[in-house]
Design a protein around this ligand. Structure first.
Ligand code: GDP
Ligand code: MN
Length: 381
């Protein structure tokens, strides 16, 4: 789950990281009133859950409340990378001297969090990694011990940060690391962390991605979820206990188990097809859940065929077959369906589908071949 900039910065502030004074507005009038209250130049910043807002015209500086109102009006009409802007953050404008990058994420290879810093702030870190990899400094942190002061100082030294800022940079590094650990984040990033003309350090932009699997430990953070910003299908799936990710292809996939789902998508792609989604119905799914999954897949207008790949262990194949029939009654769409059912109660499951005149396949590859071919010849069932 991604947090908005304003939410990320509030978490930062709770961990002692200095942030600009700011407030969120949903209308141009509110934006003007906030700017009046602040009484100086402000930055008007689109709150959408994607990066690169600056380049997309989603961030503008305003010298007066009237100008803030005008910018807010324009920004609230924008769509940035397909996402409509519903809120703007009005921040007291900073006078920037230098922009640096500071982030923490998990390094899976090292099996520990890694703190990343670069003197080339303001641009996306992936871009720095590509164009100036030597400008990135890293420090791996033992999660049980926490960040050592010397590690923050090493990062400061590697960036050639002027000495006078080391103490404050170190405090901010600790704050960021603690934000990351305390919220079970997979990413906490300040980009840019600025040195102002007045020689203060400030987190000007913030980004936090929380680990969905740890959210149950953070009911307070779960409340920050912005339902407006989520893909409706993915939200619906989560509500039904399904893992669903929409993709660009036309072959819907319903599989039990994340690994099997990935393998299924690979096979389909290997045979020249394009999966429309990743969907893991999990273990022990009943007919209701199967039916919910199919409805989510079929709500995608790009889907022209579907493949079910079920390896029944705790999941019973007859339950899956019933779920398939249940869903198809609710969503009468002309799509070509292929099912591969093996494992617990497979004979019964196949029989239920055969009675409904639906194709079944005995192996993953056979099923994938059928669905790819079915898609190409456009058979409707
Ligand atoms: P992003 O483009 O989505 O990463 O949004 P950021 O919040 O990082 O803003 C992009 C850029 O806008 C920053 O790197 C700054 O150069 C500029 N910017 C943002 N806020 C301010 C501000 O208060 N004052 C000034 N002068 N520039 C700002
Ligand atoms: Mn940024």
């Amino acid at each position: 789950m991604k947090l908005h900039e304003y939410q990320s910065k509030q978490l930062f502030a709770q961990h002692g990281i200095p942030i600009p004074r700011g407030e969120v507005a949903e209308t141009p009038t509110q934006a003007r009133m906030i700017a009046e209250e602040f009484g100086g130049p402000v930055a008007v910043k689109a709150q959408v859950l994607v990066g690169g807002r600056g380049k997309a015209g989603g961030i503008r500086l305003a010298k007066s409340p009237k100008e803030a109102e005008k910018h807010a009006k324009a920004i609230l009409k924008l769509e940035i990378r397909g996402l409509p802007v519903r809120k703007v953050l009005i921040d007291e404008a900073a006078e920037i001297e230098t922009e640096i990058y500071l982030g923490v994420t998990n390094d899976r290879t090292a099996g520990s969090p890694v703190m990343i810093a670069s003197a080339e702030g303001g641009v996306e870190i992936e871009e720095i990694a590509r164009t100036q990899p030597d400008k990135i400094a890293r420090s791996w942190v033992d999660p049980l011990i926490g960040l050592h002061d010397y590690q923050a100082r090493n990062l400061a030294a590697a960036m050639e940060l002027p000495r006078q800022h080391w103490a404050e940079f170190s405090r901010m590094s600790h704050g960021l690391f603690n934000t990351f650990m305390n919220s079970d984040a997979t990413l906490a990033e300040i980009n840019p962390l600025v040195i102002t003309k007045q020689d203060n350090l400030l987190a000007l932009d913030g980004k936090i991605v929380l680990d969905d699997n740890a959210l149950y430990r953070h009911p307070d953070l779960e409340k920050l979820r912005d339902l407006d910003e989520e893909d409706p299908a993915e939200r619906e799936a989560r509500g039904n206990g399904l893992s669903y990710v929409k993709l660009d292809g036309s072959i819907g996939c319903m599989v039990n188990g994340a690994g099997l789902a990935m393998a299924t998508m690979d096979v389909i792609k290997g045979l020249g097809g394009e999966p429309a989604n990743f969907l893991d119905i999990g273990g022990g799914a009943d007919a209701e859940k199967v039916s919910a999954a199919i409805q989510i897949i079929l709500a995608d207008p790009e889907v022209s065929s579907m493949m079910f790949n079920i390896f029944g262990g705790i999941t019973r194949c007859d339950e899956v077959a019933r779920g398939i029939l249940m869903a198809l009654e609710k969503v009468p769409r002309e799509v070509y369906l292929v099912t591969r059912l093996v494992g617990t109660n497979e004979e019964l499951g196949r029989q239920i589908l055969a009675d409904a005149k639906m194709d079944t396949a005995s192996s993953l590859v056979e099923a994938a071949k059928m669905v790819v071919a079915g898609k190409q010849i456009g058979v409707a069932k």
